[in-house]
Ligand binder design. Sequence first.
Ligand SMILES: NC(=O)c1ccc[n+]([C@@H]2O[C@H](COP(=O)([O-])OP(=O)(O)OC[C@H]3O[C@@H](n4cnc5c(N)ncnc54)[C@H](OP(=O)(O)O)[C@@H]3O)[C@@H](O)[C@H]2O)c1
Length: 343
Amino acid sequence: MRAVVYDRYGPPDVLRLEEVERPVPKADEVLIKIHATTVNRSDCAVRAAKPFISRFVTGLRRPRRNILGSELAGEVEGVGASVSEFRVGDHVYGVNPWNFGAHAEFICMQETAPLALKPTGMTFQQAAAVCDGAILALSCLRPAAEALTWLRPADLRKGQRILIYGASGSIGTAGVQLARYFDARVTAVCNTKNLELVRSLGADEVIDYTQEDFTKNGQTYDVIFDAVGKHSFERCKGSLKRGGAYVATDDLLNLVRAFWTSRIGDKKVLFPIPPRYTKKDVLFLKQLIEAGKYRAIIDRSFPLEQVVDATRYVETEQKTGNVVLSVSATAGPEAQKGSVQIA
Ligand SMILES: NC(=O)c1ccc[n+]([C@@H]2O[C@H](COP(=O)([O-])OP(=O)(O)OC[C@H]3O[C@@H](n4cnc5c(N)ncnc54)[C@H](OP(=O)(O)O)[C@@H]3O)[C@@H](O)[C@H]2O)c1
């Protein structure tokens, strides 16, 4: 099968398309023919080995796994002897977060993995762009009682005011829609070009960060969700209500701040990592999509062969929503470069 492989850490050029052996499913595994996948920020961080400490998980001198790609949508091609949930021919979508391997024509995943039937009415491209951003946003905002991580999430409640900084990214576009689902009042902060998009996703108010600094407008929020890791607790503190929380998605120092503010002060830093990707969440997102309450945002799509270009684009940190790689001709219509396709 064709796959994008890499055998050393480095810039996007370390990625190359090669013929590799097709995987064979074990008894509890499903073999999936992948129609579409994505290039996301985790793929880029693992490939570049940033931060350095990540090498202790991914391989100290060189990558332990040679194929990146966590999100996927495709078709079940084969099942192991004990698999009962899926059948050959099922259209599926999901995420393989720690093992990666989706930048390829085939992948094997356990049937208990974060994998479910593809939401009705979605193309493979659209379905591939759902799980990573949405599950990361969900792990930050979900009710505390549902949290599986040791660091608690924001526990966003009906009527609470949330400001989402970086609302146009993969996690941000998911965050806006999920915050609306939780019945919160949403203020979305992004660049001029994305104001209409975030409004269409359900933001009650929008702030153009090129025109206005939200920390100086006198408004306060129960939750400030830094969905792009470009703000900081120190700068946001004055815009948080008493008892409010700054929710981080990046910068490991936020773990120290989370620990410290859990003991001192009335405003908290929350950094719910490591994220937990579960089948329950993939099924929850399918329900939300089929009820018309969640849409996948695709900025650009590239054929698998152009993985290096796709990766360079993701590394500009300017993508809107998600960047898709189509692996087969049935992936769905390719998004126009520079346009934003909404599922
Ligand atoms: N916690 C975890 O486990 C985990 C996992 C994966 C990724 N992450 C981190 O989560 C963060 C977001 O990931 P993502 O995939 O959602 O990012 P992304 O899609 O690459 O974010 C791109 C968006 O960020 C916005 N942006 C760029 N610079 C900005 C700035 N200075 N101020 C405001 N917005 C800015 C851009 O919007 P405009 O064009 O409107 O500026 C663009 O739409 C990253 O820092 C990533 O490293 C965390």
